[in-house]
Design a binder for this molecule. Structure first.
Ligand code: ADP
Length: 324
C-alpha cells in the first residue's frame, strides 16, 4: 500500500456522487430519492436505525446493487454494471469479511494481495498501518476481535484504494479496542483516503467524521458536520444541580428550562438556552457544583430518528441535503 493515494486529477470532482437514487424490494422502498456527495478526502458517516436503508445505499455506491432509478458516480464513473476500472480504486470491508483462518496474518494478507494483483511489498506496509506489524506470524483464528477488525480493514486496503467503504468497523469491540481502531481510521484519513462508513456508535461518528448523513426510512433527512448539526439543531443540554440547592418547581419555572428530573444526587434541567438558565441559577444559588452536559450528536440523532414521525418539521431546512 502506498502511503498516499495517487492523484487522479480532477480533485474538485466528488469521490461519490449520488443523485436521486431509489431502490425497492418488492413493495418495500429501501432507499427513497437520496442525493448525496462524498468529497475527496472526506470521512463520511452514514447513520440511521436498523432497516433505514444504509446497507442498500452503500451497496449501490459500491456497485454491488443496481439502483431502480437515479444515478451514482464514483470518481465520475458509474459503478454499475461491475466497473473493472473502479475496482482497484475502491476497498470494501463488510461485517462478514472472509478470513483464511488457518493462515497466519501475513499469509492471509499476501493471499488477499495476490487476489487483487497488489504487490507483496504492500503487505508489510499495510499491516503496519493498521497496527498489526507485530502479528505477522499469528494465526488468524487466534486473533482477538479487535485484531480481526484491523485485518479486515487491511484486506480492504492492501491494494491501495483511494476510497474505502467500512461497515461498522468497530462493532463488537470493547471501548479500548474501539479507541485503538479510531487511531487507525484517523491515520487512513490523514493519508488522504476517502472513507464512507456506517456505525451505530454516535460518539464515534462525532469524533471521526467530517460530515454525517442520517437516513430514516430510506430518506436522507440531514447531512452536516457533526458539531454544526448539534449547534444549529438546537439539541438539548443538561445542567446538573446538586440536590437541595433549588427545588424541582423552582427549577421548572425558570425561563428556558424544558424539563426537570431527579437523577442520583442531582436535579437535571434540560434546556436549549444554556447561558440563560446558568445565569438564572447563578443568581439564585451560585454555580458551585453545577455541571453542564452539552448536547451530543446522539441527542440530535435521537431527536431526528425517534421523534421524527411526530415532529416532521423538526429538521432545519438549511441542513437538508437536496432531496428529490
Ligand atoms: P440498514 O442497513 O439501514 O439496516 P437495509 O438497507 O439493510 O437497512 O434494509 C432496508 C430495508 O430493505 C429493510 O426493510 C430491509 O428489510 C429491506 N431489505 C434489505 N435487503 C433486502 C433484500 N435483499 N430483500 C428484501 N428486502 C431487503
Amino acid at each position: 500500500m502506498s502511503s498516499t493515494p495517487p492523484s487522479t486529477g480532477n480533485e474538485a470532482q466528488p469521490a461519490v456522487a449520488v443523485s436521486d437514487v431509489t431502490k425497492s424490494y418488492g413493495a418495500r422502498r429501501a432507499v427513497d430519492g437520496v442525493s448525496l456527495d462524498v468529497r475527496r478526502g472526506e470521512f463520511f458517516g452514514l447513520l440511521g436505525p436498523n432497516g433505514a436503508g444504509k446497507s442498500t445505499l452503500v451497496e449501490i455506491m459500491e456497485g454491488l446493487r443496481r439502483a431502480d432509478s437515479g444515478s451514482v458516480a464514483v470518481f465520475g464513473e458509474s459503478p454499475w454494471p461491475r466497473n473493472m476500472d473502479l475496482l482497484p480504486r475502491m476497498g470494501i470491508q463488510t461485517q462478514s469479511s472472509a478470513f483464511f483462518v488457518r493462515q497466519t496474518v501475513h499469509e492471509h494478507l499476501r493471499t488477499v494481495a495476490a487476489l487483487f494483483g497488489a504487490e507483496t511489498a504492500a503487505v508489510d506496509t499495510t499491516l503496519d498501518v493498521v497496527g498489526l506489524g507485530g502479528q505477522h506470524r499469528v494465526r488468524v483464528d487466534n486473533l482477538s476481535g479487535g485484531q480481526r477488525q484491523r485485518l479486515a480493514i487491511a484486506s480492504a486496503l492492501v491494494h491501495g484504494p483511494e476510497l474505502l467503504f467500512l461497515d461498522e468497523p468497530t462493532a463488537a469491540l470493547d471501548p479500548e479496542g474501539r479507541r485503538d481502531l479510531w487511531e487507525v481510521l484517523r491515520g487512513l484519513k490523514a493519508r488522504g483516503r476517502t472513507i464512507v462508513y456506517t456505525t451505530h456508535h454516535l460518539d464515534e461518528a462525532e469524533a471521526l467524521c467530517d460530515r454525517v448523513g442520517i437516513l430514516v426510512e430510506g430518506s436522507l433527512v440531514v447531512t452536516d458536520e457533526p458539531h454544526h448539526l448539534i449547534g444549529t439543531f438546537g439539541a438539548t443540554s443538561r445542567l446538573l444541580v446538586p440536590l437541595g440547592r433549588i427545588d424541582e418547581d423552582e427549577a421548572a419555572s425558570l425561563v428556558g428550562v424544558d424539563g426537570v428530573t431527579v437523577q442520583g444526587g442531582h436535579l437535571v434541567l434540560e434546556t436549549r438556552a444554556t447561558g440563560r438558565v446558568l445565569a438564572a441559577l447563578d443568581a439564585m444559588t451560585g454555580l458551585d457544583g453545577v455541571q453542564t452536559l452539552t448536547a451530543t450528536l446522539e441527542d440530535v440523532y435521537l431527536d431526528i430518528t425517534a421523534r421524527r414521525p411526530s415532529r416532521p418539521n423538526s429538521v432545519p431546512s438549511t441542513n437538508r441535503e437536496k432531496q428529490a
